[in-house]
Ligand binder design. Structure first.
Ligand SMILES: Nc1nc2c(c(=O)[nH]1)N[C@H]1C(S)=C(S)[C@@H](COP(=O)(O)OP(=O)(O)OC[C@H]3O[C@@H](n4cnc5c(=O)[nH]c(N)nc54)[C@H](O)[C@@H]3O)O[C@H]1N2
Ligand SMILES: Nc1nc2c(c(=O)[nH]1)N[C@H]1C(S)=C(S)[C@@H](COP(=O)(O)OP(=O)(O)OC[C@H]3O[C@@H](n4cnc5c(=O)[nH]c(N)nc54)[C@H](O)[C@@H]3O)O[C@H]1N2
Ligand SMILES: [Mo]
Length: 767
């Protein structure tokens, strides 16, 4: 396995095979070997996403009630191998390397050191992490946090922590006195959490796995399914076998959405029949979604007007619109007035293509719409999501079988964390319930989200930053500004499994607290413990570990949160942190008491095959919006990025994941489905842009952000490559290109960094 990224040695091949197939099987074998876990890995994989096993730590896609023998995908298997690896970052490892030396390592090399085995504390004098006892670490962290102003302490979470841990963590922060609870969702689907309550009155998707069997049409916006939620390809394959049309809107022809060979279907593997996934592929410009959907809506509304006049069958669901919605007339007028030239220019797609898509949509009795980061990580993300729901509402596609909206969530429990109280917004917290249950008053002051936490770090207003998982420093924008500021934080604490950038770029005092992963057996005084998670379709699943922990010294996340809570909070007889650690069923009882509608009889229901569903009002056509209706919201413009400087030569850069990574965890340098091998320092470009800039394949450039402030944001040594991508758009990889995203460049309303629309200029390197 190549660990050094040397772009000169990279190769590019057009990948013409389907996603899945033998390529997946080969890739799986090599990762099990790389992590030295061929036997244990294979055994663990048989229990992945099974009712009696563990919930995969990779994506959050739904887990069926009747799983396949192999209910995992290549990337889920990679995530498992990565967690149960036999490589170890022991105290001896840390004794051999100064932190300054570790800083020069790549992300891949840092994580390749393996699982942390003991709690560590940074020692200034030797510039090394030295072992520290748990007791000492908790006492030190506790006394520092007790002395701090709670407003200046941040409790970050990455979306992997279980419902039990997340509930305890949120409660701890609030009892301590702050709502400073940013999480990875602030960089991910927060645009959804802000947009959907206004239109359909829920903050999450309305689609369930059963809807795939009833649908007549699927629309896909801005998601790379073959890489980031591959198990969904099984559902898509089934839908396609029924002849259901799938229309994809994406600047790139992502392989998983073009065609798929099921690597678990022996017949397909022998006779590599592939299932064509998308029936129409709309290669939209980056940021062109509002305009494209407006084009579809315009066609539907104008043809409906004509049908009405001619007394022919309607194209719109007029009954649904009249009974259930508000704002239709204003929206319909805007659609009628929308100008096709403007729609074509902003979307980068022809009128004919959009009319074709609209016609397919109009023919379907029930339609589902799925979307990912290509929608949420834009300046106008919230508006685009409103536009997506407008399209669904036109034909009553919310709250009937086979229809609905499906934001495809990222981390395996990111949606669940929100459900049990991880949020910086106090208005989303059941204050009365918590008061009644624990006798304390939830702080009123709004907490910091991710972008705001970064701003306060730059302003030197943060005294301590606690990370429950994740790799904050690497996942956020504006690395070159954030890293020096991060080092000035008095205390950083990381609950983690593997070494990453946030541990080598650390606060003045820094602790690494190694925890059990979800795949490991969690033994407490009350017996072996299970945890639970919520998937993208709002179903809760139990999960118990199946492999021996990486080290006898690891503590569970629940235990770590409880130990910190005991040290920073005034004792409260209503919360017995020790009892919660001993038996997580008691935490679940507490969750059920706080959120009875969702979690009643939690312990009994958590092992329901396929999970148990949370009530979703919109699914029943009950609208929890201020006016009690589902709302059409008319966009004020189509321009996705009003701040995009109108300078000639400015290109729009999207930063996405490749096939060999889980967010900031980079397993390898290849992005197989996109045909990129051996480097991540690459920009994929349209041939016309290459020609205009007089660039040849393999040339090297520096990318520089075009921004209104005077801060220079650059990434050098990027290799350019011609690619099938619309003119004016370029693609590169997250997190390598994060220095280019200005912190201020985030979605209006949700503050999700606009990682998919960075205005850049390219400066060729001189030969
Ligand atoms: N194996 C693996 N699985 C993962 C992850 C991982 O890193 N690895 N990460 C997890 C997490 S946290 C998340 S959030 C999800 C992310 O999964 P995705 O939502 O797929 O995220 P990205 O990889 O950023 O890919 C964004 C997609 O949107 C397209 N796109 C970009 N801009 C636009 C646009 O303006 N309009 C449209 N229509 N499309 C656009 C891109 O071409 C790309 O296909 O995956 C989760 N699952
Ligand atoms: N440019 C750009 N930036 C982006 C994005 C993008 O598309 N483009 N995507 C954004 C999105 S969608 C997201 S979700 C964020 C991701 O941001 P984060 O969630 O903060 O980052 P991850 O890379 O998922 O975190 C990986 C680390 O989690 C730790 N870890 C793994 N398993 C466990 C566990 O079981 N317990 C604990 N305690 N720790 C564990 C390991 O130490 C590992 O190094 O990045 C965002 N940043
Ligand atoms: Mo995410």
């Amino acid at each position: 396995m190549k660990t050094r990224d040397i772009p000169e040695q990279a190769t590019f091949t057009a990948y013409t095979n389907a996603a899945g197939g033998w390529g997946s099987v080969r890739a799986l074998g090599s990762i099990l070997m790389q992590e030295h876990v061929v036997a244990s890995g294979t055994r663990a994989l048989m229990k992945q996403n099974k009712p009696e096993g563990f919930a995969c730590v990779s994506c959050s896609w739904a887990k069926p009630a009747d799983p396949h023998a192999f209910e995992f995908c290549e990337n889920g298997a990679k995530a498992t191998a990565w967690e149960i690896t036999d490589k170890r970052a022991t105290p001896e490892f840390f004794a051999q390397h100064t932190v300054t030396e570790l800083e020069s390592w790549s992300d891949f090399e840092l994580e390749s050191a393996g699982r942390l085995t003991a709690p560590m504390r940074y020692d200034d004098e030797s510039d090394k992490y030295l072992p520290v006892s748990w007791e000492q670490a908790f006492n030190d962290i506790g006394s520092e946090l007790r002395a701090a102003d709670p407003d200046k302490v941040v409790f970050y979470t990455s979306g992997r922590a279980s419902l039990e841990t997340s509930y305890m963590y949120g409660l701890m922060a609030r009892m301590y006195g702050t709502n400073n609870l940013p999480d990875s969702s602030n960089m991910c689907h927060e645009s959804t959490s802000v947009a959907l309550p206004k239109t359909i009155g829920v903050a999450v998707g309305t689609v369930g796995l059963d809807d795939f069997a009833a649908t007549d049409c699927l629309l896909f916006f801005g998601h790379n399914t073959g890489t980031n939620a591959p198990r969904m390809l099984h559902s898509l394959e089934e839908v396609r076998k029924r002849g259901v049309p799938v229309i994809t809107f994406n600047p790139l022809r992502e392989r998983g959405l073009v065609s798929f060979v099921n690597p678990q279907s022996p017949l397909e593997m022998l006779t590599p029949a592939r299932t064509a996934i998308s029936t129409q592929y709309v290669q939209i410009k980056i940021g062109g979604d509002t305009a494209a959907v407006m084009g579809m809506a315009k066609w539907l509304i104008e043809n409906d007007d004509a049908a009405l006049a001619a007394r022919q069958p309607r194209l719109l669901d007029a009954g649904f619109i009249a009974d259930h919605t508000a704002g239709f007339e204003e929206f319909a007028d805007a659609a009628r007035q929308a100008d096709w030239d403007e729609i074509e220019r902003q979307s980068g797609v022809s009128r004919a293509q959009l009319e074709q898509a609209a016609q397919t949509y109009a023919n379907a009795r029930a339609c589902m719409l799925m979307y990912g980061m290509g929608v949420t990580q834009h300046r106008e993300a919230v508006r685009t999501i409103h536009m997506l729901t407008n399209l669904l509402l036109l034909r009553g596609n919310i709250g009937k079988p086979g229809a609905g909206i499906c934001p495809i969530r990222g981390h395996s429990n990111v949606q669940g964390q929100r459900t049990v109280g991880i949020t910086e917004k106090p208005e989303l917290v059941p204050k009365g319930k918590l008061q009644q249950q624990y006798g304390f008053t939830v702080p009123e002051k709004k907490g910091l989200n991710t972008v705001e936490a970064c701003e306060e770090i730059i302003n030197k207003n943060i005294s301590a930053f606690f990370m429950l998982g994740g790799n904050f420093v690497r996942a956020i924008p504006d690395h070159d500004r954030m890293e020096p500021a991060w080092r000035k934080i008095p205390l950083t604490v990381q609950v983690m499994t593997r070494l990453n950038r946030s541990s080598v770029i650390h606060g003045k005092r820094s602790y690494l607290l190694p925890c059990l992963g979800r795949i490991e057996i969690d033994q407490q005084s009350g017996g072996t413990q299970a945890v639970s998670v919520e998937d993208s379709t709002g179903r809760m699943h139990g999960s118990h570990g199946v492999v021996k922990p990486a080290s006898a010294q690891l503590l569970s996340e629940v235990a770590i949160v409880a130990e910190v809570a005991k040290r920073i909070l005034i004792p409260n007889p209503k919360v017995n942190w020790n009892a919660w650690t001993a038996d997580y069923a008691r935490v679940r009882n507490a969750i059920a008491e706080t959120y009875p509608d969702i979690f009643h009889d939690f312990n009994e229901r958590m092992w329901t095959p396929g999970g148990f569903a949370r009530p979703l009002a919109a699914r029943e056509r009950k609208w929890n919006t201020p006016n009690g209706k589902a709302n059409f919201i008319t966009p004020d413009s189509f321009d996705e990025d009003p701040d995009m400087p109108d300078e000639p030569g400015t290109l729009r850069l999207m930063t996405t994941r490749g096939d060999s990574q889980f967010n900031t965890t980079v397993y390898g340098l290849d992005d197989r489905f996109r045909g990129v091998h051996g480097t991540r320092r690459v920009l994929l470009m349209n041939a016309a842009d290459m020609e205009r800039l007089a660039l040849q394949d393999g040339a090297f450039v520096t990318a520089q952000t075009v921004c209104h402030d005077d801060i220079a944001r650059r990434v050098a040594n990027l290799r350019v490559q011609t690619y099938d991508i619309p003119a004016g758009c370029i693609m590169g990889y997250f997190p390598e290109l994060n220095p280019l995203i200005p912190l201020s460049h985030h979605a209006k309303g949700s503050k999700v960094p606009a990682a998919k629309s960075i205005p850049v200029r390219l400066i060729p390197h001189r030969l």
